[in-house]
Ligand binder design. Sequence first.
Ligand SMILES: Nc1ncnc2c1ncn2[C@@H]1O[C@H](COP(=O)(O)OP(=O)(O)OP(=O)(O)O)[C@@H](O)[C@H]1O
Length: 452
Amino acid sequence: MAPPAASGASGTGFSGHQNTNNTNIVTRPQNEGDFVTLVLDNGADRMKMGFAGDPAPRFYIPNCMAKLKGQLQWLIGEDMDSVNNTANLQYTRPFDRGYLTDWEAEHQIWGRAFGANKAKVDPAQTHLVLTEAPFTPSPLATFSTQVVFEEFGFAACAKMPAASFSGYRYSLMEKQQQQQLGHQQGEGTGVDAVLVIDSGFSFTHVVPMYRGKAQRAGVRRVNVGGKLLTNLLKETVSYRQWNMMDEFQLMNDAKEALCFVSQNFGAEMAKIRPGGGPSRQVRTQEALRRNFVLPDFQTTMRGYVQDVQVQGHQQTEAEQQVLSMEVERFVVPEVLFRPSDVGLRQGGLPEAVVEAVEACDIGLRGALYNNIVLTGGNVLFPGFAQRLHTELRIRVPEYYSVKVQAPPDPIEYAWRGAAHMAQYQPQIFVSKSQYDEYGAEFIQERMFDGLW
Ligand SMILES: Nc1ncnc2c1ncn2[C@@H]1O[C@H](COP(=O)(O)OP(=O)(O)OP(=O)(O)O)[C@@H](O)[C@H]1O
């Protein structure tokens, strides 16, 4: 099969978050027989979508549908932008516990994403690169292949877990950097091996990779993702202050704006426990306190963090409804490091990393610890990388060096890897004619062949 042609698109008038610096590129193939390549990181929270050759995804689309309470009509994508008070929306998500299970919903969401208002592609002239959750049960994965080829009619498709695309990108960038520095690459060292941490909406995966191939025996999952953390914040706040049980989006905003990873959880907690002495306890709580101003849905539609100078002075509660956050700011993200805090019977991220590396060949371990890359939205909590490094340093033998890299674009990292791979590794695609000839199950295996 011919390599997919590089592509572009005319992006116009889309609502929601999108890049605007590609507006003059054309998505249609220039000549008959050419193809465009659409890259879709199909996140459980948000889809990141754009074209191979683009520097970044063009569209960030919520991977959900919603309807106004008491109404029957489903709102998709930009339809939701017209609703001011998101508490009035009831959401449904195609993903359940990390796996794509509701194809009826996803089909509608994809239909909008590929169609006239967004990507504007003709699937018959389009190659699709798609992410799929690691260890997706075979019937679900096979079904998604069927949907891609039979219902949408894409000309070719490549599927892989987001972590694989991230590992590819990390190796590529490190190699480029080393070439610039004039370093030689030795076998089993440096960027041949990379440990990808992908902490997204549903779960956190730890994926060791060697020469582009996931070391399946070493893959570990921590059952904590952004959804669980937002729900936990929602419950904590509802117990202590306002009832926020219907306010997932608002609490998600508060989480992203105010939560952080503590560098020494035990010491922080000791300070605020009554045993720490009343004056110390009060001082610590005050230092932690931040106000999140709730929207009134007349003049403000989103919550925002109140300026620390203003806090406690000019504004009264009659003017603004304010959510005060203290310990929950670091207690909530702590669950990534100590899932047992919420009753999950498993170790946290540092233990998962050590287990993942120990499950790999001894010759790879040093290189894996030295090439840890953080991807996915949760790694944006301030302090995440430092804390992980500290925890690993305690657990990892001292003759290994530990390097945790936090790229500036963890949410788009996998997408960028996929967009590059699509351009330079055409062998990852299987074509519709191969699908028609060999069938969905064979093709599903072929897609991951050798790489996962
Ligand atoms: N600045 C931030 N601080 C903390 N968390 C954040 C931040 N930005 C995004 N997140 C969280 O990251 C999660 C989404 O991450 P990401 O986009 O990597 O997931 P996804 O790809 O949609 O989901 P999945 O990987 O489970 O399929 C959400 O729960 C979101 O709240």
